[in-house]
Design a protein around this ligand. Structure first.
Ligand code: SF4
Length: 545
């Protein structure tokens, strides 16, 4: 099938723009990853559903790579999962191993070249002790997170004579692992992964193996489940969150531990430590609990929905109010608001109705439409709000751009008082681990920090009568974890993976940007996709291997 054929039916429709109407005032997640090893299943279709469940983690592009034991093929495009894939494409992607990816870019711009999984093919000398022969080796990688020593790794690629085809740190990881491969994927990973500094939950795929890997100390999440009977599984599934296991009917088994890899192949499933240094205590990103993860996911066996309600309850204890109604900022503030209402005994009610079809798929609006701002996304219920003293509960404020507009919406609808209650601590430091908040200037609370935690000036800026945040201690109480079990860097400046001041200056989303050699159809040399293959439909199926 030619690329033209696929493009006609499946041209990328939308890109995400930070300036779009209804764009989020929230930190943006870096990616979602999903992998499946199941000899009897339609793995591309399972991956499609898994990515569908992880769509909240990235909306810029989507991709799936399949292996059939001998060959690998990949299809990835800009757009949402249901815009990128259709029946025709899924039916081409045949095999018994698959890896999927949805992207929000943190290193490398949002373009086709940087879509994932990254699939690299090239000749390697396979064998040992001088008894080697050249073979074509295929290797794919899907990455959630962000490296902090990208420049160093870029130089390592240059020294090895590796020419990068994209501008993402994920391609650097893929090519260095590929360069180290001499027939044993575990050895290649043990030799390569210790070079990578930063946050990475990755899935590495070869024609016959799927490997799920988590950084040390485990900032980005990764879980493993099984299909069918746990004692005699039909297959294995790995995913960023448990909600993606649920959608394909997989049973949750365990979290991949920090500094650990889980290898799945024809011999079954086994774990190995990829690092020789001490495996650190798991330090999951606090924002996974606050905002990123879907409320129906479980983290370390705990319900995210229940944790968020508890955060709201504790906030009501720490920052009580006399008011008439509790209104959430939908949808992300809803569980926290339910908790606040329960603890304060003030009625919970919807006061803002969200238009779920505006937002991340709405691109490049005309200026006059942009001026409508948040109203495109949220509409106030005047009958509910008129004459009321409102407690407006949100999960977090990062840039503060939409909070101001939301407060004004409530006032325009007749609210006589608007008090903001934020069910997480102020975000005052940048994140370098895969969340798009690397510029401290943009963090609204960083301009208002004070020893007394007095945010009355910020409340005034937002147009609210008062503003209070949940304390770090209160948040940890809700999580049921201690401070050394979490990454809290954007809240307290304590970075679990050290980054020098000089490195911080050089870390930004476009640090690897340069002119990329484009093929006429926009695909990149050496990164194969299904559309580059003369007839991927002829790949042998698993039964032929
Ligand atoms: S700095 Fe903040 S957003 Fe980044 S990984 Fe740590 S807790 Fe998450």
């Amino acid at each position: 099938m030619s690329d033209q054929n696929l493009s006609k039916s499946q041209s990328p429709l939308f890109t995400h723009s930070d300036n779009s109407v209804g764009s989020s005032d929230k930190p943006e997640e870096s990616c979602g990853i999903f992998g499946v090893y199941a000899p009897q299943a339609d793995v591309a279709r399972l991956t499609y559903f898994g990515l569908f469940a992880l769509q909240h983690r990235g909306q810029e592009s989507a991709g799936i790579t399949v292996s059939n034991g001998a060959h690998m093929a990949c299809y990835s495009r800009m757009g949402l999962v249901n815009q990128v894939f259709n029946e025709q494409i899924l039916s081409i992607l045949k095999g018994y191993i698959a890896t999927g990816h949805v992207r929000y870019s943190t290193t490398g711009s949002s373009v086709q070249a940087n879509t994932q999984p990254v699939l690299v093919e090239g000749k390697r000398f396979i064998g040992e002790n001088g008894n080697t022969k050249p073979e074509t080796v295929s290797l794919a990688l899907a990455h959630n997170g962000n490296l902090v020593n990208t420049r160093e790794l870029q130089r390592a690629c240059e020294e090895l004579g590796i020419q990068l085809s994209t501008t993402s740190d994920s391609e650097i990881m893929t090519r260095l692992i590929h360069a180290a491969y001499t027939g044993d994927i575990q050895a290649a990973l043990e030799n390569t992964l210790p070079q990578f500094k930063g946050a990475f939950a990755v899935i590495v795929q070869t024609p016959r193996e799927l490997v799920a890997i988590r950084d040390n100390p485990g900032i980005r999440p990764l879980v493993v489940g099984c299909l069918g009977d746990e004692k005699s599984p039909d297959g294995w599934v790995v995913a960023s969150e448990t909600c993606a296991l649920d959608i394909v009917g997989a049973k949750y088994l365990f979290d991949v531990e920090p500094g650990t890899a889980v290898m799945i192949n024809g011999s079954g499933i086994r774990k190995f430590r990829w690092t020789k240094s001490n495996v650190e205590k798991e330090k999951v990103c606090a924002f996974e609990y606050i905002y990123f993860a879907r409320p129906d996911s479980l983290f370390r066996g705990k319900s995210i929905h229940a944790i968020r309600q508890r955060m709201g309850e504790i906030l009501a204890r720490e920052a009580p109010l006399d008011a008439d109604i509790i209104v959430p900022v939908p949808d992300s503030g809803t569980p926290h608001a339910i908790g606040y209402a329960r603890a304060s005994k003030i009625p919970f009610t919807e006061g803002l109705i969200k238009n779920r079809y505006v937002g991340r798929t709405f691109i490049d609006p005309q200026e006059r439409l942009r001026a409508l701002g948040v109203r495109m996304k949220l509409n106030p219920l005047e009958k509910v709000l008129n004459g009321q003293r409102v407690v407006l509960v949100d999960d977090s404020i990062v840039r503060g751009t939409t909070s101001r507009q939301i407060v004004q919406l409530l006032r325009d609808a007749g609210a006589v008082e608007v008090h903001m209650r934020i069910a997480s601590p102020p975000v005052v430091f940048p994140c370098f681990y895969g969340i798009d908040t690397a510029d401290q200037e943009q963090l609204i609370a960083s301009h208002y920090t004070n020893p007394e935690n007095d945010y009355s000036e910020l409340a005034e800026y937002l147009g609210a009568d008062s503003l209070a945040y949940l304390s770090i201690e209160g948040m940890l109480e809700a999580f049921g974890h201690t401070a050394d079990e979490m990454c809290l860097a954007c809240l307290n400046g304590d970075y679990p993976i050290p980054i020098s001041a000089q490195t911080r200056l050089g870390l930004h989303k476009f640090m690897l940007e340069r002119k990329i050699p484009q093929q006429k159809n926009g695909d990149i040399d050496a990164v194969r996709s299904v559309s580059d293959d003369p007839d991927p439909g002829d790949l042998p199926g698993p039964s032929d291997v």
